[in-house]
Write a protein that binds this ligand. Sequence first.
Ligand code: AQP
Length: 332
Amino acid sequence: KSRVFSGIQPTGEPHIGNYFGAMQNYVKLGEQYGKNSIYCVVDLHAPTNPGAYDPALLAQRTLDMAVANMAVGLDPEKVIFFVQSQVPEHTQLGWLFTVITPVGELERMTQYKDKAGALESVPAGLLMYPVLQAADILLYKADTVPVGEDQVQHIELTREIARKFNQAFGETFPEPKAVLEKNALRIPGVDGQGKMSKSKGESSVLGLFEAMDSIWAKLRPAPTDPARVRRTDPGDPEKCLIGDYHKLFSDDQTLQVVYDGCRTAGIGCVDCKKMLMEGVRRELTPIQERGERLRADPDLIRDVLAQGAREAQAIAAPVMEEVRQKVGFLKV
Ligand code: AQP
């Protein structure tokens, strides 16, 4: 039977890129797959990103990321939801995968090149990130991985690692596929500087829990189609950040109005942004309210995650045992 796995890093406040690109799909697939869908706050990955990692904040950020997923509708009673470092089999399998993964393949990864390029000294863990990610997925023999487009290359590598392991040690792992949300492949940052990303900082992201006035303070000056120099110049909503965001937040009727209005110069950019703001408010307010209620009881979240870790380990331990036998470890 098919199984879903995905992880999200506790590297800071989740943003609407994480939400539309991945978290919404967790909820949707969770309803379909029940306990065969496994979601994880991947805290072991967080320290690979020195700029975004702070030991004093990691535990709180892990809790916050758990709250965020529950606030958007993930139900830990129906799915398996836990924290990666609480299931040690992830690192055990990750280590074994490092020995069958060529360094050259890892050096080709776009995310590695982007992140390493900005660092003076590159930690080996940053290079190994996709190997641990492959272990995260394959430890549960998952074949379906909901992610944003930026992760597709890593899932390809996971398939390759599964293939290599199967060839070397006998058929063990499936070759998983990425599941993408069509409308949210790669949500651009509100600063107009490429993909929205937590590590690019506040100016890039619209936070899932960000106050409405703060969101508006970023949307108001956000770049639009440069063809619209004056209010009377027509524009192309397909070349506009705000046009992209409308696809996420607005209903079909509003979308029609703002897309036609932009093309005919019937609507100005500020009015278009105000209409977007209505959609943002409608979508995010209930999530923010649920988040506030959940945050009030951190012990409950801890209990939920502890139970999730037990459920995850019940699947992971026998897989790891199978792997141990296949690679030839002594059994005592
Ligand atoms: N801009 C985006 N558009 C669509 N999907 C996105 N995702 C991230 N940004 C976008 C998807 O969110 C999931 C969780 O991401 P992550 O936190 O594990 O790592 P990430 O992809 O590295 O996210 P960030 O915000 O860019 O974090 P940093 O800056 O810390 O690396 C993934 O499925 C991702 O595809």
